[in-house]
Design a protein around this ligand. Structure first.
Ligand code: NAD
Length: 491
């Protein structure tokens, strides 16, 4: 392992880029400070990748794709190497979880769960690599027509800071399983586990150029990657605003992209729902990862006849939540940055100023380190349907409760945002739950449960401003490949 070089003056680790199988500083030697969200202090530095670094990484991926062993390797062998990486991740899970918790501020229990998922991505797609079959099309007499799936080529991947390790697996594993060679740009706020996972891939024996990692600032390395003419396909996860820029860049190069953007996901609770099952799930779906989850259940829509009784119980539980540092390992950690804290506090103070009632506020535990980016989870309700809290993505631990009248009203309300990522439906009436699930305009619906972020096997993605394309499940293998029809005239 030769990535980290100890910083000279203080014991701050510096992490480099990984290009063509070699760890290297940014082409101009610049770095970005990495702050701990738990105390706001600098504890690491990463390379501030440049357009020249992106050029080098894309060229390395191109060489690996055109001349290297990876795309030509038997799919079963590609899969074996990926499974080996999955096992390595599982072996290093505790070390990785500590790194992730330090970098993102998330409680250790969340970081540990994330490493299980990160390992699973390589296990799942490694096992799937040799199961992508083509088709045979009956055509004219004297012909054999087959449809095979080819890799896209060189794939570019831009990921956010909220689940760096999971995102590494989610975007890279299906791409490389199909034989693509990749360049990954993680988020500048949190990218230490992607770096460590790349080291583990190197140790596992991935050929040079298959996985290239360039850290740095979005407007620099990210923009250079999305605009690069040597990229054949882009996979982006992040904000709708940057997603627009990435899609424009992709269009200019006439390539495809998947966009996984934000959400304002509803949990619809009917009067015949099982309260005991609903309450912990509804609360967890917004405090998990400090609400910084694209699929957070950030709107709870409750049938009016049970609104007061259910929300009193939800509020009771919500008020018991405690916020602390990553190592305190409480219900909720700090937010990722001072900027994110300001943004979330802005939503909370605006709603309060507008007179939206606070149903419960959680506690920031005594003894949290000074300088951390802590925000107390807050439950508002009833939130007017046109309020910012009912429509906009907060990306923090803020839950909005809104009453509805009947099934038709619930469907209208649930679908009435610019987003469409995930929905939850809670009802003891199976027929009703199925009708509502079918009416949801989004990519995933949970009935009598909610699984923000989970389920590697389950295709995931959005509609409307939540993006397009699908990740996870076998569908992701289709995104990272394209069909080729071979028409063979044998006479
Ligand atoms: P962001 O869009 O600012 O950053 C995401 C990534 O894009 C980072 O790697 C960043 O460096 C890069 N980037 C920034 N500017 C760029 C540019 N001009 N060109 C190319 N790349 C650029 O988002 P964020 O603040 O890091 O993450 C929060 C947002 O991401 C939220 O809106 C959230 O809902 C969304 N998100 C969505 C999913 C999903 O799966 N749908 C998952 C996580 C986060």
């Amino acid at each position: 392992m030769n990535a980290p070089a100890t910083g000279a003056a203080v014991a701050i680790q510096e992490y480099r880029n990984f290009i063509d199988g070699r760890w290297q500083a940014a082409s101009d030697g610049r770095t970005v400070d990495v702050l701990s969200p738990s105390d706001g202090k600098v504890f690491a530095r990463i390379a501030r990748g440049t357009a020249a670094d992106i050029d080098a990484a894309v060229a390395a991926a191109r060489r690996a794709f055109e001349n290297g062993p990876w795309p030509k390797m038997a799919a079963v062998d590609r899969g074996r190497l990926m499974i080996k990486l999955g096992l390595k991740i599982a072996e290093h899970a505790e070390e990785l979880a500590q790194l992730e918790a330090a970098d993102t501020g998330k409680p250790m229990k969340q970081a540990r769960a994330d490493m299980v998922a990160a390992a699973r991505y390589f296990e799942f797609y490694g096992s799937a690599a040799d199961k992508v079959h083509g088709e045979v099309i009956p055509f004219l007499e004297g012909y054999m027509v087959t449809v095979v799936r080819d890799p896209k080529g060189v794939t570019g991947h831009i990921i956010p800071w909220n689940y760096p390790a999971q995102m590494f697996g989610r975007t890279l594993a299906p791409a490389i399983a199909m034989g693509n060679c990749a360049v990954l740009k993680p988020a500048e706020e949190a990218c230490l586990t992607p770096i460590r996972l790349t080291q583990l891939a190197e140790e596992a024996g991935f050929p040079p150029g298959v996985i290239n990692l360039v850290c740095g600032v979005g407007e620099e390395a990210g923009a250079a990657l999305s605009a690069h003419a040597g990229i054949d396909f882009l996979s982006f996860t992040g904000s709708p605003e940057v997603g627009t820029l990435v899609q424009i860049a992709a269009a200019k190069n006439h390539i495809g992209c998947t966009l996984e953007l934000g959400g304002k996901s509803p949990q619809i609770i009917f009067d015949d729902a099982d309260f005991e099952a609903v309450i912990p799930v509804v609360v967890n779906a917004i405090v998990q990862n400090g609400g910084q989850t694209c699929s957070a259940g950030s709107r709870v829509l409750v049938q009016r006849s049970i609104y007061d009784s259910l929300m009193a119980r939800v509020a009771e539980r919500f008020a018991t939540l405690r916020v602390g540092s990553a190592t305190m390992d409480l219900d909720c950690g700090p937010l990722i940055s001072a900027q994110q804290k300001r943004r979330v506090e802005g939503f909370i103070s605006q709603a309060k100023a507008e007179g939206v009632k606070v149903l419960a506020e959680a506690t920031i535990a005594p003894g949290v380190p000074e300088g951390g980016f802590y925000v107390a989870p807050t439950l508002f309700g009833p939130v007017p349907r046109d309020n910012a809290l009912a429509c906009q993505e907060v990306f923090g631990p803020v839950l909005s409760a809104i009453p509805f009248e009947d099934e038709a009203d619930a469907i209208r309300l649930a679908n009435n945002t610019e987003f469409g990522l995930v929905a939850g439906v809670w009802s003891g009436n199976g027929a009703r739950a199925m009708r509502v699930a079918k009416a949801m305009r989004c990519g995933q619906v949970f009935v009598n449960g909610y699984g923000a972020g989970g389920g590697i096997e389950l295709p995931f993605g959005g509609v409307k401003k939540s993006g397009h394309g699908r990740e996870k499940g076998l569908e992701a293998l289709r995104e990272f490949s394209q069909s080729k029809t071979i028409v063979f005239k044998h006479g």
